[in-house]
Design a protein around this ligand. Structure first.
Ligand code: AMP
Ligand code: ZN
Length: 114
């Protein structure tokens, strides 16, 4: 998608600090980290939000969670634990219209989420 920030990050048009990449998934450090470790994990295909996950593209979501497990080990936060967040739409707090999951660790998190 020509006008999508995360598509531009995936294709290198916008710089990012990559922490993981495979055929289906790209992951990079959030530019405004909300935790000592804050990684954004995205599908390499443009999917606008959780509303657009279907039987046809849900393999990307499985791949994202596989990547999350691997990244958590890579960062050394798997033992203490971490949080994975998906914001969907206006009330969910989504600001970039390309499906993504926040992987955050290195501190404790409250519940319920704010
Ligand atoms: P959300 O609010 O769930 O849509 O999350 C979007 C996230 O993308 C926010 O946490 C932003 O800090 C992050 N973000 C925005 N622009 C960039 C960028 N150029 N590089 C890395 N992260 C970014
Ligand atoms: Zn996109």
């Amino acid at each position: 998608m020509a006008d999508c920030l995360f598509c531009k990050i995936i294709n290198g048009e916008v710089p990012s600090t990559k922490v993981f990449e495979n055929e289906l998934v790209y992951a990079f450090r959030d530019i405004e980290p909300q935790a000592p470790e804050h990684i954004v994990i995205v599908p390499k295909k443009h999917i606008a939000s959780t509303n657009d996950i279907t039987a046809e593209n849900s393999g990307y979501v499985a791949a994202i969670f596989e990547a999350a497990a691997q990244i958590a080990k890579q960062l050394g936060i798997d033992g203490d634990g971490y949080r994975i967040v998906n914001n969907c739409g206006k009330l969910g707090g989504q600001t970039v219209g390309h499906l993504h999951f926040h992987l955050m660790g290195g501190r404790s998190f409250g519940w319920p989420a704010g």
